[in-house]
Design a protein around this ligand. Structure first.
Ligand code: CDT
Length: 346
């Protein structure tokens, strides 16, 4: 059996004046709930503990306050986020945690910022993998219209430089024994053992098949994705005639979210856990909810019902991925890579 209980910790609005510590307390409460329900893995949203600040025009300290900086190259020692790592260690729970990263590796005078997620193994007390968001939406310059909602991710972050590296989460599957913990993610003997093969995405990445496929090709059984998706931003997204009200725009945004995560889970024969920060931030900026756990047949297993803090939990069987990986798609037998060159042409 490759059964495991997993959780998505959807967060409701976090306003500009919400202290980070309050966001973290809410996240800890959701983790306590996940522990009570025997979850082995919890997934938080993109840039989880603070407001979605890229909508604001910021510089200097006002901007820097939103970023987290590692100590001694160890993400478990991110000063503000330490309580989350400590609690996950106590529960031996794995965790996907999204945050704005002030990268320490740079020797440049200029700050190097990324939109980042780490995967922490509670049992191993170790950050197993880091991912930096590749597809940064929005603009570098703010919109001219003063009442437009900006998405200044191209201004505040560099595109991720770590690629789409799947990894093995050691011993995540309780009833399967890992014979080769630490082997490469795509080693064929992995399926049926205690490690799970996992990939990470962040928000806008989930709209790009190119971001999922490298994980599918590495045998990923589970893709994790946190998001902050605006429900209404005509400058950013444009509108069709059928989008005549803010409510219709939100319905469409929810539909596109589900379309991306269900299809790409199916097409890559993996489960996915997709988790929103949502609701009205600062009584003004609407973000969609719709957090979902999706199975490898593209079906929604569980979906959040609110736009507030809400835990979604499901027992999933990663063994189900074999059908897609070995029969329906079986990439090594059926892909025709000689025709795919255009995908990577400039
Ligand atoms: N945070 C983030 O990446 N948001 C974008 C906004 C919409 S751009 C089509 C998203 O893809 O959800």
């Amino acid at each position: 059996s490759r059964k495991i209980i997993v959780a998505g910790a959807q967060l409701g609005p976090i306003n500009v004046d919400t202290p980070r510590s309050e966001g973290i307390s809410r996240m800890l409460k959701l983790m306590d709930d996940a522990h009570r329900q025997h979850a082995k893995l919890i997934v938080y949203p993109e840039i989880a503990p603070v407001t979605f600040f890229p909508r604001h025009i910021l510089e200097g300290e006002e901007l820097e306050q939103y970023f987290e900086q590692e100590v001694d190259g160890d993400a478990t020692k991110l000063p503000n986020l330490k309580p989350l790592f400590d609690r996950a260690r106590e529960y031996k729970m794995d965790m996907y945690l999204g945050y704005a990263e002030h990268a320490a590796e740079s020797s440049e005078a200029e700050h190097v910022h990324y939109n980042t997620a780490v995967y922490y193994s509670g049992a191993a007390d170790k950050v197993i993998s880091k991912y930096r968001k590749v597809h940064l939406p929005g603009t570098f310059e703010p919109y001219e219209r003063k009442d437009a909602t900006n998405q200044l991710e191209k201004r505040y972050f560099r595109p991720g430089n770590l690629g789409f590296e799947a990894f093995r989460a050691p011993g995540l599957i309780p009833d399967a024994v890992s014979k080769k913990s630490g082997a490469k993610a795509n080693e064929p003997d992995n399926l049926g053992k205690g490690d799970a093969i996992i990939g990470m995405l962040i928000c806008n990445d989930r709209r790009w098949p190119e971001a999922w496929r490298p994980y599918g090709l590495q045998g990923a059984e589970l893709v994790l994705c946190g998001y902050n998706t605006t429900a209404w931003a005509p400058e950013l997204l444009g509108t069709n005639k059928k989008i005549s009200t803010q409510d219709k725009a939100k319905q469409e945004a929810l539909f596109h979210n589900k379309l991306c995560i269900t299809y790409n889970s199916y097409a890559n024969a993996c489960f996915s856990i997709n988790v929103a920060k949502c609701g009205l931030e600062d009584s003004k900026y609407p973000l969609i909810g719709g957090s979902c756990i999706v199975d490898c047949d593209g079906e929604v297993v569980v979906e959040a019902q609110t736009e507030d803090d809400e835990l979604i939990v499901a027992e999933i069987d990663l063994g189900m991925c074999r059908r897609g990986k070995e029969k329906v798609f079986a990439f090594e037998r059926h892909r025709r890579t000689e025709h795919y060159g255009r995908i990577v042409e400039q």
